[in-house]
Design a protein around this ligand. Sequence first.
Ligand SMILES: [Zn+2]
Length: 103
Amino acid sequence: MDGVICLSANNTREQLKELFSVLDLKYDPELFLARCSYCNRELEECQREQAYGKVPDYVWNTAQEFFKCPACGKIYWQGTHVSRMYEHIKDWLNINVTTKRRN
Ligand SMILES: [Zn+2]
């Protein structure tokens, strides 16, 4: 079955382990959360002023750094959701990573 991988595990952690093994994948923690979750383009740093009006006021007032997708224009920032994603990644990959500046 070319192009199809049938995973036998029932949970995300074991499925990822299988997938990494079957495809001999490697990961680079520096690249975690570095791409747009909608169109997968690599995020670029965004001037704080460019985020004004495109993010909630509270976010604009409290976030220090913003990132922008060059394709779809979505703005990203370091919010609490980033910490939650890193907790999932640490659990899924059974590694210890620290929160990076991107989300
Ligand atoms: Zn995008």
